[in-house]
Design a protein around this ligand. Structure first.
Ligand code: ADP
Length: 484
């Protein structure tokens, strides 16, 4: 079942509203109970004071003062009115000598609570339940307990005024809560505004618009996110552009030999008087074009493979000297044809973790280029050296050199300084791209030093050991161009 997602805005809004609602309700009720408890306790202690006063008067004037208009009776009535309740004065033999409500005067009252107080089992009886407070206190003289005062007071008045006050407080809290909700809505809308923008932009990018960029964001995190996203967009569009350029280059390069073949085939068929020798010559040319086409396709395949970032690299501890000697041996006949002197100097025995087949191809490209772009009777000097971390290969030639403005382009796919010369020498413009890609996948670097008309030097640096655990560092380590 598909998981249902809620929006961040809903999440923030509901969480804050619930949090705030719960805390405001809690504050309301806690303060209500604290205040009512305080009031009840205050009332209790004032009632206790009043009861003590009645007891004092009883001791002063005796139980006779409980009769109508007696000094005790008067005080009891006053206390009952003040507390909105009832006062009863009970004599030693449990007779009610004064009842402020009048109806029980002269009758007897016997229950557990009053007996506990009268017999001295309890110092005082206090009960606070529901909406009333009840106090029973003993009346003592020098000889012992002579009776008891029972006071009952209603809490209704307290509760009524409390309810009124808290109804007002509740209303104020509700108004504040409604304002809070408005603020929360604003906050949550403001918080997700950046995300909404970014999301919208991403949708545009998914639909193919890679040109729009995110502008200033409110928060540092979303700003960072936007900058990274803009960077990804730039890279995507540059990849997009590179890809279309590459496709158009490939099509162009593949078309050239086919066009030549077509021209050759048409001209021979249109030539009425052509003899077998002519046909042989034209067919020879056509075969050359086919070879060329094959070479371009093979180079493209090699490039695609080496560009797939060392996935299929086969690193093995190998003798780099041996590899270099094999390359020199293979290229020497090519150099000899143009009387080019090819020298190789090894400063050390070098054993390194390399993919020998691929690296041979990369270095062969450099040495072959040194022949292709050399002058007749020129020279090529190759060398191998190492320190405790890297080995270094240098290929220097006395050739035509590379012009300043072309130095940063020669590693690009299909780039050739002199198209005609490259074509004459069977070049495809992919050699240096392949070389750099292979060297990069060995976590190495390649640098180029050249001066037009004087010669070119390529230096390659590769680590002796490949760190298998480390992700291959395959940055586009473009040739660092130093002025020769
Ligand atoms: P190509 O197949 O054309 O040789 P590369 O990728 O090997 O393609 O080289 C790209 C271009 O760089 C060449 O066409 C050439 O113009 C220039 N180049 C490469 N190596 C040298 C060199 N040693 N001396 C002068 N120019 C060179």
């Amino acid at each position: 079942m598909k998981k249902r997602h809620i929006s961040i805005k809903t999440y923030i809004t509901t969480s804050l509203i619930i949090l705030l609602g719960i805390s405001q309700i809690a504050i309301f009720f806690v303060s209500f109970f604290l205040v009512s408890d305080r009031l009840k306790k205050g009332m209790l202690s004032s009632m206790q004071g009043e009861v003590s006063e009645i007891i004092e008067r009883l001791n002063d004037y005796g139980y006779e003062a409980c009769e109508e208009d007696g000094r005790v009776s008067y005080l009891a009535d006053e206390t009952a009115v003040r507390n909105n309740g009832r006062v009863m004065i009970v004599s030693r033999d449990y007779e009610i000598v004064k009842d402020t409500q009048g109806d029980r005067t002269g009758s007897y009252i016997v229950n557990k609570n009053i007996m506990d107080v009268m017999t001295g089992k309890r110092q005082e009886y206090v009960s606070m339940n529901g909406d009333s407070i009840r106090i029973i206190q003993p009346v003592r003289d020098d000889y012992g307990i002579t009776g008891a005062v029972v006071v009952k007071a209603s809490l209704m008045m307290i509760y009524n005024s409390l309810y009124k006050q808290f109804a007002m407080i509740g209303a104020v809290i509700l108004i504040i809560f409604s304002l809070d909700i408005l603020v929360i809505l604003r906050i949550s809308r403001g918080t997700v505004k950046d995300l909404d923008n970014i999301n919208e932009q991403m949708t545009h990018a998914v639909q193919g618009n890679l040109q729009e960029r995110l502008t200033d964001q409110r928060f540092s995190q979303t700003q960072e996110f936007a900058e990274n996203f803009n960077e990804i967009l730039s890279r995507l569009s540059s990849i997009d552009q590179t890809r279309s350029e590459f496709v158009s280059n490939v099509s162009h390069e593949l078309k050239t030999p086919i066009t030549s073949m077509k021209v050759l085939a048409e001209s021979i068929t249109e030539n009425e008087g052509a003899d077998v020798e002519d046909y042989k010559e034209f067919m020879g040319d056509i075969v050359e074009e086919i070879d060329r086409e094959t070479k371009i396709i093979n180079d493209l395949l090699t490039l695609v493979k080496s560009d797939s970032q060392g996935n299929d690299l086969n690193f093995e501890e190998s003798d780099v000297n041996e590899m270099m000697e094999t390359i020199i041996k293979t290229v020497t006949p090519l150099a000899a044809r143009r009387s080019i002197n090819l020298e190789y100097e090894s400063f050390k025995e070098v054993m390194a973790e390399i993919d020998k087949v691929k690296l041979s191809l990369a270095i062969s490209n450099l040495v072959e280029n040194a022949v292709k772009y050399n002058i007749d009777s020129g020279w090529i000097k190759c060398s191998l050296n190492s320190d405790n971390k890297f080995f270094y290969i240098k290929v220097a030639d006395s050739g035509v050199g590379i012009p300043e403005d072309a130095k940063d382009k020669v590693f690009d796919k299909f780039y050739r300084v002199d198209k005609a010369r490259s074509r004459d020498t069977g070049g495809t413009g992919l050699g240096l791209s392949i070389t750099r890609s292979i060297i990069n996948s060995h976590r190495g670097t390649i640098k180029l030093y050249s001066e037009s008309g004087k010669g070119t030097t390529f230096t390659v640096r590769i680590p002796l050991k490949q760190d298998r655990n480390r992700t291959q560092l395959l940055t586009e380590a473009d040739a660092t161009i130093d002025k020769a």
